[in-house]
Write a protein that binds this ligand. Structure first.
Ligand SMILES: Nc1ncnc2c1ncn2[C@@H]1O[C@H](COP(=O)(O)OP(=O)(O)O)[C@@H](O)[C@H]1O
Ligand SMILES: [Mg+2]
Length: 287
């Protein structure tokens, strides 16, 4: 199996690392029924790829055999962000699009990485209309095959609101983590995303309130009614000791129902996890 090398991982500020670690722990509490998990959001730039990649790293570092499938075939960022390198003598690198188009076998698109226990199905070639490829049986076959071999299959996707790809992918997964960009994503869009996940019959495992500005530290209340499932960390701060203490006082569980009350809940309801806006989450990230 070929090996990819990723840079710029694991260089997060302490507080971010800590919050993501809580996400990782609580993710595990969702149980073994949730193997194929889509990391989704309503709009671009909310932090899906960031959360997917960092959760993947942390699950792997904790000893889980985990694979990250980069299914954002239109606008993959993972390759450049982590300066992925590693190719065979011919310079060929098969990614997800090759497999879906029937031009490569699954084994050829699974890569080990420099993160022990962390594997990837990367996207090297973007395509303008991936819906046709994703509708292909090969995608669901791939997810099922991977779920047999790996403890977790994390799928990074395009946003739910723009194109049908996200909902389509969700319909093939056991559960979803919905990333919400704090202070930016309108509540109506979050509600709509939850409906789309219901429609796709994909259980909402939890929400991640991402890119929380320190001054927005109570912002989660705006979205609190959309916090489902297990909590993924209960507020944190970093970069300033006083702020960290202030936020840590807010730790604790609370329950919130859904607007519709219909979303599937694998566990008790809780407020969403928060991942603060880091000044530079992955220190030398380039896009
Ligand atoms: N918690 C965070 N703190 C700071 N920047 C973040 C955070 N999460 C994501 N970002 C940044 O926001 C931008 C969009 O994130 P990305 O993961 O690509 O979003 P999406 O996949 O939802 O489009 C990237 O530049 C990323 O580094
Ligand atoms: Mg992305």
């Amino acid at each position: 199996m070929r090996v990819l090398t990723l840079k710029n991982m694991g260089t997060l500020p302490y507080g971010a690392e800590e919050a993501l670690n809580r996400l990782r722990v609580n993710f595990g509490f969702c149980g073994k029924d949730y193997k194929k998990v889509v990391i989704t959001s309503s709009t671009p730039d909310e932090g899906k790829s960031f959360v997917a990649a960092q959760l993947w790293r942390m699950l792997a570092e904790a000893g889980n055999k985990v694979i990250l499938v980069d299914a954002d075939l239109r606008k993959s960022v993972i390759r450049n962000r982590y300066e992925i390198s590693g190719e065979d003598e011919q310079g060929t690198r098969y990614g997800l699009a090759y497999y879906l188009a029937g031009q490569a076998e699954l084994e050829e698109t699974i890569y080990a990485t420099n993160i022990e226990n962390g594997f990837m199905v990367p996207t090297f070639q973007t395509v303008s209309n991936p819906a046709i490829l994703l509708q292909n049986d090969r995608f669901s076959v791939m997810l099922d095959q991977l779920a047999k071999v790996f403890d977790y299959v994390l799928v990074d996707t395009p946003p739910l609101s723009n194109v049908s790809d996200g909902e389509l992918i969700a319909s093939l997964c056991d559960g979803a983590l919905l990333v919400i960009r704090s202070g930016v994503t309108p509540r109506s869009l979050v509600a709509n995303s939850i409906k789309q996940l219901e429609h796709a019959n994909c259980k909402l495992m939890g929400t991640v309130l991402n890119r929380v500005q320190k001054e927005q530290s109570t912002y989660y209340t705006k979205y609190s009614k959309y916090g489902y499932g297990y909590g993924y960390g209960y507020g944190y701060g970093y970069g300033n000791d006083g702020e960290e203490k202030k936020l840590s006082r807010r730790k604790g569980h609370s329950s919130h129902g859904s607007k519709s009350g219909k979303a599937s809940k694998p566990g008790k309801a809780s407020k969403p996890a928060e991942t603060s806006e880091s000044e530079n989450p992955e220190t030398s990230a380039k896009e």
